[in-house]
Design a protein around this ligand. Structure first.
Ligand code: ATP
Length: 236
């Protein structure tokens, strides 16, 4: 019915009062891919992620798994496998690592132990720190924890809003090492990124957003060779 398209935005527009944040966005995410939305500060990346997750009113259409996002409750989106890791991470600061992970198992209690093992395999550091309070973890460790907690929900579509922001290169590598095992599980990833190099190296498909509009879309391999992208986002 959805023909391999897990997410589809058509003529999508979003504004905050008088401020227009997304204008006439058309964008498809296919099952099993990593699709990345890149663009500068204020381009509308977070707005897109928030809208997909059902947090903002919109004009036009956005369907997840064939159903209009505005027509279903946000909790239903989660039950249907849409898991959103926000830029703010939203951890429970006074709970330890493992408690945070267990709380991510909202839709997947039956496979909780198995998922916990998967997360600890992907991020051994989380297992080492399982008893440490989230608030005392470094920024990079907290990002791993947020991603790990998202994985505990057994996502179909995992939305990651700027997971690499403010992180050191070694930690960014730890995050990207997780993509292969995540894809092997059949998860689709929607990644927003200011770090164009990271997105081009790890995503299958790239959508460049500027001033709320998609100005270029294509396979990452093609986009790497695009003159405009190279000059503007990869430093020539
Ligand atoms: P960044 O990388 O800096 O997070 P972004 O690409 O995620 O940027 P958004 O946060 O989606 O961009 O912002 C898009 C536009 O919408 C910006 O002009 C921003 O100022 C505006 N905006 C975002 N949130 C609000 C809000 N709650 N109220 C009013 N304007 C907002």
């Amino acid at each position: 019915e959805t023909d391999g398209r897990i997410l589809e935005a058509s003529s999508l527009s979003v504004s905050y009062g008088q401020v227009s944040a997304l204008r006439d966005v058309n964008l498809t995410v296919r099952e099993g891919e990593i699709a990345s939305i890149i663009g500068p500060n204020g381009a509308g990346k977070t707005t897109f992620a928030d809208t997909v997750a059902g947090h903002l009113p919109y004009d036009g259409s956005i369907t997840y798994d064939g159903r209009e996002v505005a027509d279903v409750k946000r909790s239903t989106l989660v039950e249907r496998g849409m898991i959103y890791c926000t830029e703010k991470r939203d951890l429970f600061p006074f709970m330890d690592v493992e408690e945070n992970l267990r709380l991510g198992a909202y839709r997947s209690r039956d496979s909780l132990e198995e998922n916990l093992e998967f997360v600890y395999d992907v991020f051994p550091k989380l297992e080492e720190r399982r008893d440490q309070e989230a608030r005392t973890m470094s920024g990079g460790e907290q990002q791993m924890l947020a991603l790990g907690r998202g994985l505990m929900g057994d996502p179909e579509l995992l939305i990651l809003d700027e997971p690499t922001i403010g992180l050191a290169p070694v930690i960014i590598d730890d995050i990207s090492d997780a993509f292969e095992p995540i894809l092997d599980r059949g998860v689709t990833v929607l990644l927003t990124e200011q770090n164009a190099t990271f997105a081009l190296n790890h995503a299958d498909t790239i959508h460049l957003l500027e001033n709320g509009r998609v100005v270029k879309s294509g396979a990452a391999d093609e986009m790497k060779g695009d003159d405009y992208i190279r000059e503007t986002y990869l430093g020539g």
